[in-house]
Design a binder for this molecule. Structure first.
Ligand code: DX5
Ligand code: ZN
Length: 216
């Protein structure tokens, strides 16, 4: 099986130790970082804004994926790019005209991925797959780290894997929520290319857990 990419979600890191923890992730083999941006409207939680993204940018050269769990990505996206974000992960469920917004990002040469919630049919995002760098399948309801993995998300990953392979697209499949050594293995077998993990990595020994996820 091909190499799996690990994308630590810093939502569960120790913010007072963030610089060190980012280094530990890199040493262990993380290939990118996942930044959960929540506005208290799209989800029932508030997390980070562009200032923290730019602090993280100064601490690492790795790709920074901004998972936008906000109602108005069209209003705020530029500040996350200016802060050093590399890929914007935009929810299909966002209450704006998502197709138009993704087209605008493409016109501005901004890299993006499309995100799909647990209850949304995977076929709804098929039309966005050819132009998206990533399809992020949520395996928990967005808002909080530390939730239980939703098993049925594996069926979505399998279906999407088939669709991408049959059409020779380069789009990567990423999965986010409740990933640990056990669920990460199932996701990988189902066809995921990138595993996001917050509590499993930062709630345990960082190096060991990343190495474990990479070796599944
Ligand atoms: C949930 C976030 C996830 C979350 C993952 O809204 O999008 O990225 O932080 O946390 P764990 O890995 O603990 O489920
Ligand atoms: Zn996320």
């Amino acid at each position: 099986m091909k190499n799996i990419e690990i994308s630590p979600s810093i939502i569960s890191s120790n913010l007072l130790e963030l610089g060190n923890q980012i280094k530990q992730c890199q040493v262990a083999g993380a290939e990118s970082f996942h930044l959960d941006i929540m506005d208290g409207h799209f989800v029932n939680n508030i997390t980070m804004g562009p200032d923290l993204v730019s602090a993280i940018r100064r601490a690492t050269g790795l790709r920074l994926d901004c998972h936008l769990m906000i109602e108005r990505p069209d209003k705020y996206y530029k500040s996350f790019i200016e802060a050093g974000g590399n890929v914007l992960l935009v929810h299909y469920e966002t209450p704006i005209e998502v197709g138009n917004f993704l087209k605008k990002l493409g016109d501005e040469n901004i890299r993006y991925g499309i995100v799909i919630n647990p209850d949304t049919d995977i076929k709804k995002v098929y039309k966005f797959v050819p132009t998206s760098e990533i399809v992020l399948v949520m395996s928990v309801y967005p808002g909080f780290s530390g939730q239980k993995f939703i098993d049925k998300s594996l069926d979505k990953v399998r279906e999407l894997r088939k669709f991408i392979d049959e059409n020779y697209y380069n789009t990567k499949i990423e999965i986010d929520g409740g990933i640990n050594a056990e669920t990460g293995k199932l996701a990988r077998e189902a066809g995921a290319d990138i595993l996001v993990s917050a509590s499993y990595i930062f709630g345990n020994n960082i190096e060991n857990s990343i190495k474990k996820l990479k070796s599944l």
